[in-house]
Ligand binder design. Structure first.
Ligand SMILES: [Fe+2]
Ligand SMILES: [Fe+2]
Length: 371
């Protein structure tokens, strides 16, 4: 039977006491590029999952002006992508916001566009403000509106812009760059010119995002990611409200729905997943923890999330992160309005590698104390 005693001084853990003879032995091993496992075992095999990142909140009110200022300082041609990235205090060396996930805020003014490019890292975006923004993914041009969720998967050519008669667009980017770099598998390529459009505008969301219908010709799509490149808020929010009428509220996450590949029901991409949750008015979620790193953006309303006994107050457009295995609970602070949280995460990797586990907070009626 499993012991709950997580002391490193028990049978089964490394508990060798150094002696002059052992230290001489370690030096001999080191000179040969080797080492004694028991000197590092307790550190590299923690009792429970251990996150390198800390919980953080990035307030949009604080960042917005600086994000806009970037559009006066550099052009998209100079910057490649004009982005202010959000970095975890503990992960500056890998430019990650949490775990092995990167996130940033990108601004594009009317008439501007980025170069077409692709990378092995997968990317997604969540639209924060503006009008007539667009993305072109694999020759599919898609128009973007606030709170829309868009994917640009592993190695798909993509470029973004705002029409001449649009309004400055700001969106959140999410990528698995730190993960792919950690696996030493990233690459990057620039397209010579603009992608030719292969399909009518909005082909992807119109073909794959309507009424539960998909093309009857199942050979029409053979890629390992969702053919639905954009998930429209104009459909997602009503869907959440409808779901609320017929579903029990999840005690941790409210009405909790995952963006899915309509052909498989699985995650939208191989390495990153995303979901949207509606916290009903007055919702006080219980605490749990699980493996996987998550980056949230508040899409609607206001509330707070208590992470590792610390309270983070958020409202629309604020971004925050929950590290792997950190206790967290979401509360809607309004008694009259619902709140919606978008998140993207690394759960396809965690689940695919058999690393998912979760635990519910049992004391104090499921709520963390002392924050
Ligand atoms: Fe990109
Ligand atoms: Fe959670």
């Amino acid at each position: 039977m499993e012991t709950n005693n997580h002391s490193d001084d028990i049978y089964g853990r490394a508990r060798v006491h150094d002696t002059p003879e052992l230290e001489k032995y370690y030096k001999e091993l080191e000179s040969l590029g080797a080492g004694a496992l028991w000197t590092v075992a307790n550190d590299i095999e923690p009792w429970e999952p251990r996150a390198n990142s800390i919980p953080m909140l990035w307030k949009y009110d604080d960042l917005r002006e600086l994000v806009l200022k970037s559009s006066e300082l550099v052009t998209p041609e100079q910057a490649g992508r004009r982005v202010v990235y959000l970095v975890n205090d503990k992960l500056k060396h890998i430019s990650a916001a949490v775990g092995l996930l990167y996130t940033g805020i990108q601004v594009t003014r009317p008439g501007e566009f980025t170069s077409a490019h692709r990378h092995r890292a997968s990317a997604l975006r969540f639209i924060m403000e503006g009008k007539k923004g667009y993305t072109v993914v694999d020759g599919n041009k898609i128009m973007l509106e606030v709170n829309d969720f868009v994917i640009t998967p592993n190695s798909a050519w993509h470029e973004h812009g705002v029409e001449d008669d649009g309004e400055t667009c700001i969106w959140q980017d999410g990528l698995d760059i730190p993960l792919v770099n950690m696996l030493e598998a990233n690459d990057y390529a620039v397209y010579d010119g603009k992608q030719p459009l292969e399909k009518p505008i909005n082909f992807s969301p119109i073909t794959y995002g309507c009424a539960g219908l998909i093309p009857a010709d199942t050979t029409a799509w053979d890629k390992p990611y969702s053919p639905l490149f954009k998930y429209s808020w104009s459909k997602v929010y009503p869907a959440l409200l409808e779901a609320q009428k017929v579903n029990e509220v999840n005690p941790f996450d409210g009405i909790f729905m995952k963006y899915s590949n309509p052909l498989t029901g699985g995650h939208v991409m191989q390495t990153m997943s995303a979901s949207m949750q509606l916290l009903p008015a007055g919702f006080k979620g219980k605490a749990h923890k699980h493996t996987g790193s998550l980056v949230y953006q508040c899409a609607k309303g206001k509330g707070n999330t208590k992470i590792k006994r610390k309270r983070f107050d958020w409202k629309e457009r604020d971004i925050f992160c929950v590290p792997s295995w950190a206790w967290h609970e979401h509360h809607n602070s309004s008694e009259t309005e619902d709140a919606c949280l978008f998140n993207f995460n690394d759960l396809p990797v965690i689940e695919g590698l058999g690393l998912y586990q979760s635990r519910e907070f049992e004391d104090n009626n499921g709520h963390q104390i002392n924050f």
